[in-house]
Design a protein around this ligand. Structure first.
Ligand code: ADP
Ligand code: MG
Ligand code: MG
Length: 884
């Protein structure tokens, strides 16, 4: 095989452009050259050589030197210059470039080939001594850093010193003579530090640079980057050796970067920055403020400077044409690097440009409209995870402020408010019309009130699926969880943050639930507008997706929001949340604390109308769409007081002896509530609870049917089933209530009784359970907990360590564990459908809103995914992508 491929010669290049071997940069240079665009000629040493290099003690394969020498000859012919001593010295750049772009991770050397002799020749050839000496200076600095291991800082320091001695502010003010002196000092510095002279032989320089580029593949920063982005070592990097062109040959020369469209807004217009009389990295380095490519010539610091359009209209026009051609050729927005040498434009790189979420959507839709890409391609181009962010405000990009903590981005949205430490304070502050952020070590179901009253939630413990996170996402309340660098001191009433900050109740903070940032004071935020593009993209996605998208909604507010975002029903309504509202918690407690069935029934009778009203409202909002209601699931003690103070308050409110209450609490205490008396187990111990809920559902369904004329088919879901007999027992009770309600009302009601599949046994025995169940809903939160035997409330503490040590890649509570939990889902679906081919199967765990997990669900041919309201658009798009 060839080790080396040329580009930019006049002769036709006939080889396949193999991106994997040439690397992204090499492939783009070959492609642009083939399109006839102005690319300085050069060679690409393929990435296979990189592997060889590592497998053979950092040596090169036989024949490589010859291939490079041969290629260089063609570069010399094409440029009319010679590498080494010559009247027209050829200088080279040696550039890394792997299959995927790793910005700034690996090394590049410019101006290679300069030495004490060629610098003079270059000065004569170009008639610009200042330029020649400045190029040599840059070369020594870069080469020493990259190939000899002497940090640039040594040189920068020396340069700074000289500049201040000479009274210059910028290096552009240095004269040729001064630069010559600096070069001499650079060389002395190098000898002092490394004990060797700067290599004068251009070929030694060339092979030193090639080795250095290959070596940079395993540098610390590249290794970290590769690990983060799952880039295998085996891909290696290619090396591009290219004739230099000079943006620093005076005021008709320049260098810059440009995008074919605006990467932050998506606007269809060339967008870029450049510097006059500059080279390569000057634009990125930020020493001088770059100028705008297009008019108006606005610059970063706020002023105006002439644009490229004004300064060099011919080169600009050519860049504009090239830009349009490249975009059409690649069918995507491009990020280009260019240099103008004495008025002539050269293209040095092009690749797909990174863009902000909103821009990605606009660009995809525009390009589909322009016929550049198909609708399906447009659907694929938008990252579903970013839609969620687009629905919420964020902290203004670029705002620095004082960061006082950081945690997990649990529920997007940026909000500013006063901090409070208890749900009660949140409620009373809310009543006074104050905006508060509820700060807790972690939240429990009792905090729900407080969470509804708060505009944001911050916890110092807990993960992405902790109680606070799930509830906040469900409510669309911005939330940051697990801010481990902050600490709540409940005794002193202080929130400790980074750098010793201390905040008291009433102090203002801003949290950004999309990034996990916690800022002191009020940070400026920006609210997104749902563009027409957004709506249109959703429609296109709806046209191609197969799975339905439902929502997890517990309250009318959730349901309404979800409808707006396009939910096609409710996949999970968690009824327990309804019992924390207003005065209900008191009735609930009375029910739980009752010693007899009769006592319980009395309390339940009072809860019935409230529960019925909840369902009536939900049914009205969902207007005939399916609504899945889960019977009471959590262990009862979650509704009971915990601290001594709370126990006393509750005892008083209920007119009980404190001791008697304590006694009852002891009786309800469980070692392991997650695996304890909850779910259908409650309905079996206390069927009257399930009966009350069923009655509320049926009566509401009748009322809704009468009111709207649209029959609702409620889907009643029994949680935590592992035995068919459990489901049968509870279903028997529900059927009896249905029968009674139909008799009383004289109206027929259709309804379904189904179950969550959230325990491994249920998945394994799905064929049996499906005989009783009318539907399955895969409850992947609990299924993940029980499959791993891992409590999701305790897991965040050590799962982070697991990820760091490479034991797991992703948190299984966020992204499905396909191999284990997924296998059980597959079994449950297949076995259930063996019994009932048309068995409706959906997913209602947090994974229902995770794009990768949604793709997996499409593979199982699930009927729907259900997710929190703000994730509905994400799920619609992800479900569409899963079918393409
Ligand atoms: P990175 O991958 O970090 O962007 P590059 O290999 O693209 O590194 O090189 C960085 C910069 O060096 C380029 O943007 C360009 O300005 C300059 N450069 C690279 N090769 C040449 C060349 N042949 N002529 C002029 N400038 C070059
Ligand atoms: Mg580059
Ligand atoms: Mg569950």
């Amino acid at each position: 095989a060839n080790w080396v491929y040329g580009f930019g010669f006049n002769e036709a290049e006939e080889h396949e452009i193999d991106r994997d071997r040439l690397g992204g940069k090499g492939a783009s240079l070959a492609e642009m050259a083939r399109m006839g665009l102005p690319v300085p000629p050069g060679l690409t040493v393929v990435s296979d050589v990189c592997l060889y290099f590592y497998e053979h003690g950092k040596t090169f394969p036989d024949g490589l030197k010859d291939e490079v020498a041969e290629g260089l000859k063609k570069v010399e012919q094409a440029t009319g210059k010679l590498f080494g001593r010559s009247k027209h010295p050829l200088l080279l750049s040696v550039r890394s470039g792997s299959r995927v772009s790793m910005p700034g991770m690996m090394d590049t050397v410019l101006n290679l080939g300069l030495n004490d002799e060629t610098v003079q020749l270059l000065a004569e050839d170009t008639g610009d001594a200042r330029f020649a000496w400045d190029s040599y200076r840059r070369f020594i600095q870069m080469y020493s850093d990259v190939a000899l291991g002497l940090d640039q800082e040594f040189f920068e320091e020396l340069l700074e010193e000289r500049l201040s001695e000479l009274g210059h502010a910028y290096e552009t003010q240095l004269t040729a003579g001064q630069l010559e002196d600096i070069v001499a000092s650079y060389k002395e510095l190098l000898e002092e530090e490394l004990g060797e002279a700067f290599p004068q032989d251009p070929y030694e320089q060339l092979w030193g640079a090639i080795s250095a580029v290959f070596s940079s593949w395993t540098s610390a920063r590249a290794t970290t980057y590769r690990a983060l982005h799952n880039i295998p070592f085996e891909w290696g990097t290619a090396v591009n050796i290219q004739a230099m062109v000079f943006g620093n040959l005076g005021n008709d020369s320049a260098t810059g970067v440009a995008f074919t469209r605006n990467p932050s807004t998506g606007e269809k217009a060339l967008y870029g920055e450049f510097l006059v009389n500059a080279q390569g990295e000057d634009v990125v380095a930020g020493i001088r403020t770059p100028q705008s490519v297009t008019e108006p010539g606005r610059i970063a610091s706020g002023g105006e400077k002439p644009s490229l359009e004004k300064l060099m209209p011919d080169a600009f026009r050519e860049l504009d044409t090239v830009s349009a051609r490249l975009e059409r050729h690649y069918g995507d927005m491009q990020d280009m690097e260019f240099t103008i040498e004495r008025g002539r434009l050269y293209m040095l790189q092009t690749r797909s440009g990174k863009r902000a979420a909103g821009a990605a959507m606009k660009i995809a839709m525009d390009m589909a409209d322009e016929g550049l890409i198909t609708r399906e391609e447009a659907i694929i181009r938008v990252d579903p995870a970013t839609l969620d962010q687009m629905l919420h405000p964020t902290i203004k990009p670029g705002y620095k402020g004082t960061q006082i903590g950081s945690g997990l981005p649990a529920s997007p949205g940026a909000v500013t408010g006063e901090i409070v430490f208890t749900a009660e304070e949140a409620i009373s502050a809310h009543a006074e019309g104050r905006k508060v952020i509820l700060v807790r070590t972690e939240t429990s179901p009792e905090d729900i009130h407080g969470m509804t009253a708060a505009i944001g939630v911050l916890t110092t413990r807990g993960g992405m699926t902790s109680h606070a996170a799930v509830v906040a996402r469900g409510m669309g309340v911005p939330c940051v969880t697990g801010a481990g660098n902050m600490r709540v001191d409940r005794f002193a009433n202080i929130l400790h943050g980074l750098n010793g900050t201390m905040l008291h109740p009433g102090d203002t903070v801003t949290i950004d639930g999309a990034t996990g940032r916690v800022m002191k004071g009020a940070a400026p935020t920006q609210k997104p507008a749902l563009s027409g593009d957004f709506q249109r993209l959703m429609e296109w996605a709806d046209d191609v997706r197969r799975m339905k998208v439902r929502t997890n909604a517990d309250t009318p507010g959730d349901a309404r929001a979800a409808r707006e975002f396009g939910a096609e029903g409710i996949g999970l309504c968690r009824t327990e949340h309804m019992f924390f509202e207003g005065g209900r918690i008191r009735m609930m407690r009375r029910m739980i604390l009752a010693e007899t069935e009769e006592g319980r029934r009395q309390a339940l009778d009072q809860l019935l109308p409230m529960q019925r009203a909840d369902f009536e409202e939900l049914f009205a909002i969902m207007h005939g769409l399916p609504v899945t209601i889960r019977l009471l699931d959590p262990p009862l003690h979650e509704f009971l007081p915990k601290t001594a103070g709370e126990v006393e308050d509750v005892a008083e409110a209920l007119g009980m002896e404190t001791d008697a209450l304590r006694h009852r609490l002891d009786a309800l205490y469980e070692f392991n509530p997650m695996l304890g008396h909850r779910g259908c187990r409650l309905a079996i111990s206390y069927p009257e609870i399930a009966e009350m809920q069923a009655r509320a559902i049926f009566e509401a369904a009748i009322a809704a049917a009468r009111a709207t004329g649209e029959p609702v088919v409620p889907e009643i879901m029994v949680p935590l089933v592992s035995l068919r007999a459990e489901l049968e027992y509870v279903k028997g009770r529900i059927d009896a209530v249905a029968h009674a309600v139909m008799e009383e009302s004289g109206m027929e009601i259709s309804y379904l009784v189904g179950t969550m599949v959230e325990l491994p046994r249920a998945a394994l025995r799905a064929h049996e359970i499906a005989e009783t169940a009318a539907f399955f809903s895969l409850g992947t939160n609990d299924l993940t907990q029980t499959t791993f035997g891992l409590s999701r409330d305790d897991a965040p503490g050590f799962l982070g360590t697991y990820q760091k040590k490479g034991i797991i890649e992703r948190d299984p509570f966020i992204s499905l564990d396909f191999d284990g939990v997924g296998e059980l889902m597959r079994l449950a679906t297949e076995r259930g459908r063996q019994t009932k081919p048309n068995l409706q199967v959906g997913i209602c765990g947090e994974h229902g809103g995770d794009p990768v997990s949604i793709r997996f669900c499409e593979g199982l041919a699930l009927d729907y995914v259900s997710c929190s309201p703000f994730r509905v658009p994400t799920a619609r798009l992800a479900a569409a992508q899963a079918t393409i």
